[in-house]
Every structure is written in structure tokens, then in C-alpha cells.
Design a protein around this ligand. Structure first.
Ligand code: UD1
Ligand code: CA
Length: 475
């Protein structure tokens, strides 16, 4: 039965506003909420309702950027085919935004469902309910309302003494008595056509903001209802960064709970942020203070405390402690940190140990290798079972270009070695501590490159030292 309505229903999503109160160069509907933009939430919800139908997105402020972001987003392709972008030249208000659809909708459309791009958490079931209540009641407009103890910022639902819905008064235009009303406009409506068009043509910008309010159409629509469906959380409108944070917090909580239900332990969950684009395997523990985005984490890992992981794949049974990992692949049974930095285009195989204060960039590290302390490894390939001593540096940059380092299997590099790239070090090489190596080292070679060491007993410098400490008791 619901399918019979598909041609009769169209959706309008208001997304043309600048979002002045965000004070940002980014259009408001493109703000990120745990890995998806605000408008993606609204679009995904529309895709899940029982009523298909074209989706008209009204864009204006930075229209091309908004349109591009939507088309490039990961929303379902079927939904993308339902989208039609409509341009609102000047942001004269929500009524003017909806008015852009007049004469653009096919004649068969009888109901227009209006949603706001900045009300991201609305659920498909609420929209379904609103539509079916509207059709059943045979009214010209159904407004979703909700009761809140914090009505500030929302339009108030004004009812007469017999509780009949009369009008919506915007906060800025409300009297002190009206401001006390706790039933507010969610910004989600179903309008019957063509009644909407005649009402919208009567709306005037006679209010404190000087805008054409969509809510003023209710003054000209007699047959209407305001229905309380859904809850305050799902109708949260995002106008400021504080409100954005509230919405992010709600979504974050939901993601964390989903993870825990799927077998992930999360310590101090209030300090952990994981986005929708991240998957975490069973029996992994995420300790406090972690931020994990766009990543895949395997089973039985221990991540954290205080680690940042983005655009990375991490295998099973890996520990990541106080570390920063971006665009890297890490195999199974590795240990990363504390205090490691793994930079983009790095691939680390299984059973690798990367220790404290080690930075790795654009490098490939094969299995069994250990880089345990204070190293910089850049543009480097290191084969299996290599031991890199403390303080080893690949000198990959000559001030103009980057050069590559290659280190063969089972190489043992002592502490504080500089490898001046481009350089190849063959299999089974041993490099003495403190060496600066600038020539290729063939396989099976021991190499030492230090200046000659000179010892001078009772040198005058030693005597000076002794004089300075003369008479001191250092027992
Ligand atoms: C609006 C409602 C208010 C309701 C609240 C719910 C009006 C006049 N007020 O207020 O009753 O309680 O939503 O969240 O409608 N937009 C355009 N073109 C414009 C102006 C706005 O596309 O010319 C878009 C915005 O990008 C935004 C949406 O419409 O996505 C709502 O506009 P906004 O200015 O945020 O309205 P509110 O003040 O929140
Ligand atoms: Ca708003």
C-alpha cells in the first residue's frame, strides 16, 4: 500500500543556509559527525523510510561544494539517483527555500515532506509516522513537534485554549509568555499540494529577522496539526558548535555501545572516539584517550592509552601504546610504541616491534624486524629479522630531494648509525655503533666508520677538572 504513494511523495531538504552561528568557512550541513557529514545523516534516513520519491535538495550558500560533497559521499547509489539539486539564489528564509520547488515538482506529487539539513538525527520511523498521520488526518499540513525543557532557539507551537494548533512563533519574535512554551517545532513537516503553494505566496518577511519563514505558512493553512512524534534527541537542530558537540556526543555514544556489544572492551568509554568508518575485531581492548577513524583494527589488540589512528589497517594481536598512526598498514602480532609515530604509506608486516620515539615514513618493514628506540626511518625498505639500534637515522633528504634506503635480511645495525641515502645494505651486514655510512655495503660484511679514538692519560683538561673538584667530599 505504501508503494502506491511513491509518486505522490517528494522530499525537500533545506541546505542552502550559511550556518552563520557556526562561524565557519565550511557550509553547516557539511560538518562532520563521527565520520559522516550532517546532510548524509538526513539523506540516509530518507533512504530508509517506507516511502520512496524524489529528494529535492535546496542548495545556495557554497552550493557547488555542498553538491559535490553529497555526490562524492558514500550514500547509496540508488539514493543518489533520486536526488535533484535546486538552487536558492539568496537565502531569504526557509519559506523562500521551499518556494524554489514551486512548478518544479511533477503534477503527481501530492505531499511534500520538508526536512532540515541541520536536523541530522531524525529517524526513518518518525518520518514514516508523520507521513501516515498526515495522510490519515487529511489535513494540509502536519508539523512534527516535541516537548523540551530547553526550547531556546526553536519555534514555539502556539495552541488555543482547546489545544488546537494555531501557529508557530519564532523565538526572536515570541512574547515572554510564548517563550515559556515547551512544545517546539522540530523543523520537519508534511505539506499537501497545492495548498502549500498558495500559503507560501502569502508569506511576508515581516518579522525581526526580515526573513520569509516557512513557519508563517501555518498562518494561511487552516487544516493542520502539530503532532508529537519522536523525541527531543532526534530533533536536535544544529545551529552552533555547542549543539554540534551535543549531537556528536550522542552519536559517539551509540558507536561505542555498538562496539561493546560486538565484543570490544572499551576502558573509560567517555574518553574514546571511534567513527562510523572504523571496524574493530572481537576481544580487542581500546584503552582511554583513543581516537580511531577510517580504520580497521583486528582481533585481540590492545589500543591505547592515548593513541590516534586514522586511515589505517591494523592486524590481529597488535599493541599500540601512546602512538600516532596515519595511513599505514600494520600486520599481526606487532608492538607499536609507546610514543611511536607511523606516517603515511608505511607498511609493516607481522611480528614487527616499533618502540619508543621511533618515526617511520613511507617505508616497508618486513616481518621479524625490530626498531626499538629513537630512530627515524624514511623512504626505506627493511627486510626480515633486522635489528635497528637505538638512534639510527636514515638521512633521506639532501635539502632538495628524498632518497631511498634499502636494508637486507638479518642486518644488525648498532646504536647511533647514520645511513646516508641513497644506500643499499646487503643481507647479513653488521654495522658498528656510531658509524656514518654513505656507500653501499655488500652482503655478509662488517662495517665500521668512526673517526680514530685517541686516549691521553693525565691530560691538562683532566688536571683542570681535578683542581675544580679539589677538596670536595663526594663519598
Ligand atoms: C527553524 C524553524 C524553527 C524550528 C527549527 C528546528 C523557521 C523560520 N524556523 O529555525 O521554527 O524550531 O528550524 O530546527 O523555519 N535554509 C535555507 N535557505 C534559507 C534559510 C535557511 O535553505 O534561506 C535552511 C538552512 O540551511 C537550515 C534550515 O533551512 O538547514 C533551517 O534554517 P535555520 O536558519 O537553521 O532555522 P532555525 O533558526 O533553526
Ligand atoms: Ca536550524
Amino acid at each position: 500500500m505504501k508503494n502506491t504513494y511513491n509518486n505522490k511523495i517528494a522530499y525537500a531538504i533545506l541546505a542552502a543556509g550559511e550556518g552563520t552561528r557556526m562561524r565557519s568557512t565550511l557550509p553547516k550541513v557539511l560538518f562532520d559527525i563521527c565520520g559522516k557529514t550532517m546532510i548524509e545523516y538526513v539523506l540516509e534516513t530518507v533512504a530508509q523510510t517506507d516511502y520512496a520519491g524524489k529528494v529535492y535538495i535546496i542548495v545556495g550558500h557554497k552550493a557547488d561544494i555542498v553538491k559535490d560533497a553529497i555526490l562524492k559521499s558514500s550514500i547509496d547509489n540508488k539514493l543518489k539517483q533520486r536526488l535533484i539539486f535546486v538552487y536558492q539564489k539568496q537565502q531569504l528564509g526557509t519559506a523562500d527555500a521551499v518556494k524554489q520547488l514551486n512548478k518544479k515538482l511533477p503534477r503527481c506529487v501530492k505531499y511534500l515532506v520538508v526536512l532540515s539539513g541541520d536536523v541530522p538525527l531524525i529517524s526513518p520511523s518518525t518520518i514514516n509516522r508523520l507521513i501516515s498521520l498526515h495522510i490519515e488526518a487529511k489535513v494540509d499540513c502536519t508539523v512534527a513537534s516535541f516537548i523540551t525543557n530547553e526550547p531556546t532557539g526553536y519555534g514555539r507551537i502556539v495552541r488555543d485554549i482547546s489545544k488546537h494548533f494555531v501557529e508557530i512563533v519564532e523565538e526572536i519574535d515570541a512574547t515572554d509568555a510564548q517563550k515559556l512554551i515547551k512544545e517546539v517545532n522540530a523543523g520537519v513537516y508534511v505539506f499537501s499540494l497545492p495548498q502549500l503553494w498558495s500559503a507560501i505566496s502569502k508569506v511576508k518577511p515581516e518579522n525581526k529577522k526580515g526573513e520569509y519563514y516557512l513557519t508563517d505558512t501555518l498562518k494561511y493553512i487552516k487544516s493542520k496539526q502539530a503532532v508529537q512524534c519522536g523525541d527531543a534527541k532526534e530533533f536536535k537542530g544544529v545551529n552552533s558548535r555547542e549543539e554540534l558537540t551535543e549531537v556528536i556526543e550522542y552519536v559517539r555514544h551509540k558507536i561505542i555501545n555498538n562496539l561493546m556489544r560486538s565484543g570490544v572492551t572499551i576502558m573509560l568509554p567517555q574518553t574514546v572516539y571511534v567513527d562510523w568508518n572504523t571496524k574493530v575485531g572481537e576481544d580487542t581492548q581500546i584503552l582511554q584517550g583513543c581516537i580511531i577513524m577510517n580504520s580497521q583494527i583486528g582481533r585481540s589488540c590492545v589500543i591505547g592509552p592515548n593513541s590516534y589512528i586514522n586511515f589505517s589497517n591494523i592486524g590481529n594481536n597488535v599493541t599500540v601504546t601512546y602512538s600516532h598512526i596515519v595511513s599505514a598498514n600494520i600486520g599481526d602480532n606487532c608492538s607499536i610504541g609507546p610514543f611511536s609515530r607511523i606516517r603515511p604509506e608505511t607498511t609493516i608486516a607481522d611480528n614487527v616491534s616499533i618502540g619508543n620515539f621511533v618515526e617511520i615514513k613511507k617505508s616497508e618493514i618486513k616481518s621479524g624486524t625490530k626498531i626499538n628506540h629513537l630512530s627515524y626511518i624514511g623512504d626505506t625498505t627493511i627486510l626480515n629479522n633486522v635489528n635497528i639500534g637505538a638512534g639510527t637515522i636514515t638521512c633521506n633528504y639532501d635539502g632538495i630531494r628524498k632518497h631511498k634506503t634499502y636494508i637486507g635480511k638479518r642486518v644488525f645495525i648498532g646504536s647511533n648509525v647514520n645511513l646516508i641515502a641513497p644506500i643499499n645494505v646487503g643481507d647479513n651486514v653488521v654495522i658498528a655503533a656510531g658509524s656514518t655510512i654513505s656507500k653501499d655495503v655488500p652482503a655478509n660484511t662488517f662495517v665500521i666508520a668512526r673517526t680514530k679514538e685517541i686516549h691521553k692519560p693525565n691530560h691538562r683538561i683532566v688536571k683542570r677538572l681535578l683542581m675544580k673538584h679539589n677538596g670536595e667530599n663526594d663519598e
